[in-house]
Design a binder for this molecule. Structure first.
Ligand code: HEM
Length: 270
């Protein structure tokens, strides 16, 4: 009999596989040199293109939400039953998923994706040490080229490795992949994807992806890129500390407080 925690882990893995698979399919029609046009071609010209794009979008969103649920579930337990290396790989996986979600948002190459890329360049440029990594993302000839390579190749490979090291296996059960597929298809039938915003069209406000809204609002309130980056890194530092400290309950309270503050900043600080 499966308990809820197991169920969440297996479904998370199922959604991960759907996200990877649909990503590979969409990537066949995506061209970083004609990014926006190729996304519109996927939407309107390629048979089942929009279906697979939606499958990728909703499975990725659901994967991220289930992953966060998995973290909350594990933290709610009294004892941590995994090794320190498995714990550290789980935090690496969490960071990689957020970067994958963000780079995917950029890759759709509409006005909000382009703005998100520009903000990332500025955040990196203005932050000591991180500025050295700017060249890993910024390409002088094809704007989306490096984001593309990271998103479809390096990040998924490192993520697969991190998940493998965290769980000791990459196996999942076929029934969970099919459940994940079913859940994703149901979601895409009920909800619509955010609309792509054509470049150059005058819109009042270009929004970041939901998990980055707090950071966007802090930047708009003139927080320096360094302080925003430090603020974003805080929960991950808490998570690392959680494994090694005896005062786990204090860390849990701090994590919950950070989350509440971040949600409030995302919603109220417009
Ligand atoms: C678990 C890993 C992955 C996550 C979380 C993820 C997430 C995302 C997200 C959120 C988007 C934006 C969708 C949109 O708003 O249109 C996106 C776009 C994209 N992803 Fe992924 N992705 C993952 C893996 C992959 C893989 C393995 C590939 C290809 C091999 C891929 C290829 C693409 C392409 C080509 C786009 C741009 C087209 C579009 O916007 O639909 N992704 N991804």
């Amino acid at each position: 009999m499966l308990n809820t925690s197991r169920l969440v882990s297996y479904l998370t893995m199922g959604l991960f596989f759907i996200s990877l698979l649909s990503g590979f399919i969409v990537a066949f029609a995506y061209h970083p040199s004609l990014a926006f046009q190729s996304v519109q071609k996927i939407n309107f010209l390629i048979p089942y293109g929009l279906f697979f794009r939606k499958l990728h979008y909703f499975s990725s969103e659901a994967f991220t939400l289930f992953l966060l649920l998995h973290v909350v579930y594990e933290l709610s337990k009294q004892r941590v039953k995994i090794s320190s290396s498995s714990w550290n790989y789980s935090i690496l996986a969490l960071v990689l998923v957020i970067i994958l979600m963000f780079s995917g948002f950029v890759l759709k190459a509409d006005a909000s994706g382009k703005a998100a890329a520009e903000v990332t360049f500025n955040l990196l440029k203005e932050t000591p040490i991180l500025s050295n990594f700017l060249a890993l993302l910024k390409d002088s000839s094809i704007f989306y080229y490096k984001f593309f390579i990271w998103h479809i190749l390096f990040l998924p490979i490192i993520l697969l490795y991190a998940i493998y090291k965290h769980t000791n296996t990459l196996q999942t059960r076929i029934e969970f992949i099919s459940t994940a597929l079913g859940v994703t298809i149901l979601t895409l039938l009920i909800f619509s994807m955010p609309k792509d915003i054509v470049l150059g069209v005058d819109v009042k406000h270009l929004s970041s992806p939901w998990f980055f809204l707090g950071a966007e609002n802090l930047l708009a309130k003139s927080w320096s890129p360094l302080s925003v980056n430090l603020f974003l890194a805080t929960p991950f530092l808490f998570l690392i500390l959680y494994f090694y400290t005896k005062h786990k309950n204090i860390i849990k309270v701090l994590l919950a407080l950070w989350l509440i503050v971040y949600i409030l900043i995302s919603i109220l600080l417009k």
